[in-house]
Design a binder for this molecule. Structure first.
Ligand SMILES: [Zn+2]
Length: 164
């Protein structure tokens, strides 16, 4: 497939906001000109923000991160947003659209294409769950579409009782 962004014609997939969000986020490099990103060490700000996300039990909004990192010298909201943008590009962090909040990527396993977040209304936790691309292809019924990334956000509650 070549040309511009290809959205599955049957599904007309577009990033959406809402409770059950099926965001088929198309990769930025659509035309096959995928260039490997040059490995770059994380900046100090990125490291601080990533460690803050990793240490959090719940997804954090940018403002929460700012509050928690102020003592470490991150005082400008723009520093947080820049770090978050870089971390999400590198797939070290994920933005949960339905919460407008961020979590550290757990990563590993699967083929790295499909990620679902199971978000509990009661305890607020977001569990990362990897989805195999073959399952996604069946689910989205687009056999002729090569996914780069698919994010699903499912809102519900933990099967076991959980604290809130
Ligand atoms: Zn829960």
């Amino acid at each position: 497939m070549s040309g511009g962004p290809t959205i599955c014609a049957e599904w007309n997939l577009k990033p959406a906001r809402g409770s059950f969000v099926a965001e088929a986020l198309l990769g930025k490099q659509q035309n096959g000109a995928r260039r490997p990103r040059p490995p770059r060490k994380l900046t100090r700000n990125e490291e601080i923000v990533l460690e803050t996300l990793r240490g959090a039990a719940l997804p954090l909004k940018a403002y929460d991160i700012l509050e928690q990192t102020r003592a470490l010298g991150l005082k400008a909201p723009m520093s947080i947003y820049r770090a978050l943008a870089s971390l999400t590009r590198r797939r070290l962090a994920h933005r949960l659209a339905s919460l407008n909040a961020y979590v550290a990527a757990e990563g590993g396993g699967g083929d790295g294409i499909g990620t679902a977040f199971l978000i509990c209304r009661r305890c607020g936790r977001a569990r990362e769950h990897l989805i195999d691309s073959r399952v996604l292809r069946d689910l989205l019924a687009c056999p002729d579409f090569a996914f780069d990334e698919v994010f699903l956000e499912a809102i519900g509650h933990c099967a076991d009782s959980c604290e809130n």
